[in-house]
Design a binder for this molecule. Structure first.
Ligand SMILES: [Zn+2]
Ligand SMILES: [Zn+2]
Length: 371
C-alpha cells in the first residue's frame, strides 16, 4: 500500500526545494510511519541543499524532526506504540554492530549505509515519484507531512514536551549539550569559548553554563545572535567583525582558554579556535565543513603547548540516555530550550526559512509540514 504525502523535494544541488505530492509506502519490518509535528531548519540541511555535502537525488531533506507514530511495520518490538510521540534521529542505533555494543551508537555502522544509499537500514527507499525513487536524508526526511523511519532511529517523547523542542532536541540540542556533557565533562570554573551562536552553539553554551564553566565567551559576527547568547548565559560576547577574534578572547582571558567548542566548521575559525587555547587546552569541533575541507594547525604550537583537537558528532551521545535527560532539564527550567526557537514556517515557505538561515535568522527556525 502507498499513500500520497506533501514533501519538500531537492532535485538538483543549488536549486530551491520543490513542494510536491510524492508516494510513501507502508512501513516495512522494524519501521514506523510517523506524522511530522515540527522540523528544525539546520545548517547541515543547507550543506546538502548547496551540494557542499552530497547525497543521492532526488531527496527529501530535513533531519531534525519530531512527530506522532501512526502505524507500526510488521514485527515491531513493542517499545514504541501507535500514538506515541517520538524524536527522530539521523543516526540509527542497530544495537548489534561493534560501535553500538561499545556504547558509541552515533558511530553505528548503519549510519553511513543510510547516508550513502539515501535509503533506510536496508539501503532501499520508501518514497517515490512518477515511478522513480525519492531518497531519504539520513533516514529522517522530515520536511514531509509523514515519513517512514527505522524503529531504531527514534526516541520516545513525553506528552508535555512541545513538538518544536522535541525536534531541535534530536539534533542541535543533543549535539551542543552533548559536546559539553560527553566530551568535556567537568569544567567547573574553566573558561569556555563557544564559536558560532546558531542552534548548536547556543545549546553548547547552555550546556557549559549548566556545567559551571566560567567565563563563557560567545563568538559570532551577528549582534542579535550574540545578544541571545548573553541572555542564555554567555558572560562575555566577542563580535569577530570588531577585530581579530583570537586577540579579543586573549584580552578577556590572558593566556588562553581551556576549552573551545567550534560550531561553525570553517577552516579559518578552526585555526582561530586552536590559537585561543591555553597550553593543554582542547578544541571540540562540532561544526561540519564542506566535504574534503581541511584547516591549518601550527605543528609546534600543537606539540609544545600540548593542545588537543577532538571531533564530536551528534554530541558523542547515547540518544536513548541523553534525550530523556535533556527533556528533564527542559522541564525543570535548567535548559530553557524554548529560547532557541525562532520563526515558524509552513511547508510552502520552506525556501524562505533557508534564506533566513543564511541571513540574520536568530534561533532555530521551525517548519510545520502539516500547515
Ligand atoms: Zn542538524
Ligand atoms: Zn549499530
Amino acid at each position: 500500500m502507498t499513500q500520497t504525502v506533501r514533501a519538500a523535494v531537492l532535485r538538483a544541488f543549488g536549486s530551491p526545494l520543490e513542494i510536491e505530492e510524492i508516494e510513501l509506502s507502508d512501513p516495512g519490518p522494524g519501521e514506523l510511519l510517523v506524522e511530522i509535528e515540527a522540523a528544525g531548519v539546520c545548517h547541515s540541511d543547507l550543506h546538502y541543499l548547496r551540494g557542499d555535502l552530497r547525497c543521492p537525488l532526488p531527496v527529501v531533506p530535513g533531519h531534525e524532526g519530531a512527530g506522532r507514530v501512526l502505524q507500526l511495520g510488521p514485527g515491531a518490538t513493542g517499545d514504541i506504540a501507535v500514538g506515541d510521540r517520538v524524536a527522530l534521529l539521523w543516526r540509527p542505533n542497530c544495537g548489534r554492530c561493534a560501535q553500538c555494543i561499545s556504547g558509541r551508537p552515533i558511530m553505528c555502522e548503519f549510519g553511513p549505509v543510510q547516508a550513502r544509499s539515501g535509503g533506510l537500514l536496508d539501503g532501499t527507499t520508501r518514497m517515490s515519484s512518477g515511478g522513480g525513487p525519492v531518497h531519504h536524508l539520513l533516514g529522517v526526511s522530515c520536511f514531509a507531512e509523514r515519513v517512514v523511519v527505522p524503529e531504531r532511529s527514534v526516541v520516545f517523547v513525553p506528552k508535555d514536551i512541545p513538538a518544536e523542542v522535541a525536534a531541535i532536541a534530536g539534533c542541535a540540542v543533543i549535539t551542543g549539550v552533548g559536546a559539553v556533557r560527553n566530551v568535556i565533562g567537568s569544567c567547573i570554573g574553566d573558561p569556555v569559548v563557544v564559536m558560532g551562536a546558531g542552534g548548536v552553539g547556543l545549546a553548547a553554551l547552555m550546556g557549559a553554563r549548566l556545567a559551571g564553566a566560567s567565563p563563557i565567551i560567545a563568538v559570532d559576527i551577528d549582534r542579535s545572535k550574540l545578544a541571545l547568547a548573553e541572555r542564555l548565559g554567555a558572560t562575555h560576547t566577542v563580535d569577530a567583525r570588531d577585530g581579530d577574534a583570537v586577540e579579543q578572547v586573549l584580552s578577556l582571558v590572558a593566556g588562553g582558554v581551556r576549552w573551545v567548542i567550534e560550531a561553525i566548521g570553517r577552516p579559518e575559525t578552526l585555526t582561530s579556535a586552536v590559537a585561543m587555547l591555553a597550553p593543554g587546552g582542547t578544541v571540540v569541533a562540532v561544526g561540519l565543513g564542506r566535504a574534503g575541507q581541511s584547516f591549518e594547525v601550527p605543528i609546534n604550537e600543537l606539540v609544545q603547548r600540548q593542545k588537543r583537537i577532538v571531533g564530536s558528532l551528534y554530541g558523542s551521545s547515547i540518544p536513548q540516555l541523553d534525550l530523556p535527560r535533556i527533556f528533564d532539564l527542559y522541564r525543570s527550567g535548567a535548559l530553557p530550550l524554548g529560547e532557541l526557537i525562532g520563526e515558524s514556517y509552513p511547508l510552502d515557505r520552506i525556501n524562505d526559512s533557508f534564506d533566513a538561515l543564511q541571513g540574520d535568522a536568530v534561533g532555530r527556525s521551525i517548519v510545520y509540514p502539516g500547515r
